[in-house]
Design a protein around this ligand. Structure first.
Ligand code: AMP
Ligand code: GLY
Length: 406
C-alpha cells in the first residue's frame, strides 16, 4: 500500500516515520514534505495518487481535502469539511459545545467593536478574546486589564491583528489550571483514545512570553487519571462523534480546573509537537491502524503503547514567534541521533546541499526513557549537539510532570 502524508512539518515527519515502519505500507509519499521526510518518503509538490491518505494540518481539512479524496474513492484519515468547522470557527465550536453540554468556559460573541466593549462589562479580568477564524495560533489574546481587553477587541474586530479571521470574536472567561492535550482517533463509530500529552505553548521557560504553536511536549500515561480520561471520553469526545459522525483525529485542548476538565478548543487533527512524542510511544502497526480508520474498521484495530514516557523539545528559529529568520545553517543532527534521539524536521530546507532554517519551529528532538526524568535528560543531551545561529529552546520541557510526580 502506498501511504500519502499531506503536510510538511514536524507532525508530518513523525507520521511518515511511523508509517515507514509499517508492514502494511510499501511506500511512503508526502506532499509537500520536507528534507527530513524526504529521507524516508518520496516528496511531491502536488498530491500524487495513493492507496491511503493521512492529512496532517487543519487548512486542507477545512477546505475539504477529505471530501475530495472520498469522492475519488481513496481511503483517507481526517474529518470532512463540515466536521472540520469545529476548528475552523471558534463560534461554531462554542455553540456546538453549549448545545451538547460539553464543559467549556462561559462566553459571549461580538461582531462589532461597540458590542464587544459592552460585553466586556460582564467579564472579570483577565479575560480571553478569540478571533472566530483560523489564525495560525495568533488569534487568541489573554487581556489582563480592561484597557488591554478593549484595545484587543478593537484590534481584532478592525482586522488589524488577523484580518478577516477576526471579523467576529468570542469573549470568554479565563480559566485557571494546567492544560492537557487529549486526542482520540475515530472512524465515525469506534473511538480509540491516544495517550495524554502536555504541550508548552509559551516561548520562554516558566510559561513566560508570547504563545507559540508549541515549544515542546511530553507523553506520559500519568498526565490523566483513569477517571479523568473516562470523563473526557464520555462528556467531550463521545458526544462529538455521536452527533457528527466525526472521522479522523479529534483533539480536545483541555484546562484541568478545580471544577473538572473544560474544553478550551477543538482541533480536528493531531497536535504538533504532541504528535512527535505520541508517535514515539505507539507500539502498533500505524499503517494498519490508519487503514482501518479510513475504512471504518477501527473496531478490529488495536492501539498499543510503549510504557516509557517520551519527550519532544522544539528548536525554534531566531525571532520566533514573530517573523522567523530563515537561511541559518543547521549542524549536529547526526550526532543528536547517535545520542539516542529522533530528530524530526519542521521548518528546514536544503539549499546547495546545506540544511538551513526555513520556518519558526525548525526541529523537534524526541526521545524516551524508563522514567520521565531519563527521557528528558536524553532529549536535552541530544539537543546539545545541534546548532544554528539564533536557536531558541525551552529548558523546562516536562518540568511540570516531574514536579507533579516526584
Ligand atoms: P486556543 O487556540 O483556543 O486553544 O487558545 C490558545 C491558548 O490560549 C490555549 O492553549 C490556552 O493557553 C489559552 N486559552 C484559550 N482559552 C483560554 C481560557 N478560556 N482560559 C485560559 N486560557 C485560555
Ligand atoms: N500544539 C497545539 C496544536 O497543535 O494546536
Amino acid at each position: 500500500m502506498k501511504a500519502l502524508v499531506i503536510g510538511g512539518g514536524g507532525r508530518e515527519h513523525a507520521i511518515a516515520w511511523k508509517l515507514s515502519q509499517s508492514s502494511a505500507v510499501s511506500q511512503v509519499l508526502a506532499s509537500p514534505g520536507n528534507p527530513g521526510i524526504a529521507s524516508l518518503a518520496t516528496c511531491f509538490a502536488q498530491i500524487p495518487p495513493a492507496d491511503l491518505v493521512v492529512v496532517g494540518p487543519e487548512a486542507p481539512l477545512v477546505s475539504g481535502v477529505v471530501d475530495d479524496c472520498r469522492a475519488q474513492g481513496i481511503p483517507v484519515v481526517g474529518p470532512t469539511r463540515e466536521q472540520a468547522r469545529l476548528e475552523g470557527s471558534k463560534i461554531h465550536a462554542k455553540e456546538f459545545m453549549n448545545q451538547l453540554g460539553i464543559p467549556t468556559a462561559r462566553y459571549q460573541i461580538a461582531e462589532t467593536i461597540e458590542e464587544a466593549h459592552r460585553a466586556l462589562a460582564r467579564f472579570d479580568m483577565p479575560v480571553v478574546l478569540k478571533a472566530d477564524g483560523l489564525a495560525a495560533g495568533k488569534g487568541v489574546i489573554i487581556a489582563r486589564t480592561r484597557e488591554e481587553a478593549r484595545e484587543a477587541c478593537t484590534n481584532l474586530l478592525s482586522g488589524l491583528f488577523v484580518g478577516s479571521a477576526g471579523a467576529r470574536i468570542v469573549i470568554e472567561d479565563c480559566l485557571p489550571g494546567e492544560e492537557v492535550s487529549f486526542i482520540a482517533l475515530s472512524d465515525g463509530k469506534t473511538i480509540l483514545p491516544l495517550e495524554p500529552t502536555q504541550d508548552h505553548k509559551a516561548i520562554f521557560d516558566g510559561d513566560q512570553g508570547p504563545n507559540t504553536g508549541g515549544m515542546g511536549a511530553y507523553c506520559d500515561s500519568r498526565i490523566l487519571t483513569a477517571s479523568q480520561r473516562q470523563f473526557v471520553l464520555d462528556r467531550v469526545i463521545q458526544p462529538v462523534v455521536e452527533s457528527t459522525g466525526f472521522t479522523g483525529f479529534l483533539y480536545a485542548g483541555l484546562m484541568m480546573t478545580s471544577d473538572g476538565p473544560k474544553v478550551l478548543e477543538f482541533n480536528v487533527r493531531l497536535g504538533d509537537p504532541e504528535t512527535q512524542a505520541l508517535m514515539y510511544r505507539i507500539d502498533s502497526d500505524f499503517g494498519a491502524l490508519m487503514h482501518a480508520a479510513a475504512l471504518g474498521e477501527l473496531h478490529r484495530a488495536s492501539l498499543e503503547w510503549k510504557r516509557d514516557p517520551s519527550v519532544c523539545i522544539v528548536l525554534a528559529a531566531h525571532n520566533y514567534p514573530g517573523d522567523p529568520r530563515k537561511g541559518d545553517p543547521i549542524t549536529g543532527i547526526e550526532a543528536a541521533t547517535q545520542a539516542g534521539a529522533m530528530v524530526f524536521h519542521a521548518g528546514t530546507a536544503l539549499r546547495d546541499g546545506v540544511l538551513q532554517t526555513a520556518g519558526g519551529r525548525v526541529l523537534g528532538v524526541t526521545a524516551s526513557g524508563p522514567t520521565l526524568a531519563e527521557a528528558i535528560a536524553t532529549a536535552y543531551a541530544a539537543t546539545s549537539n545541534i546548532h544554528f545561529p539564533g536557536m531558541q529552546y525551552r529548558r523546562d520541557i516536562g518540568a511540570k510532570g516531574l514536579a507533579r510526580w516526584q
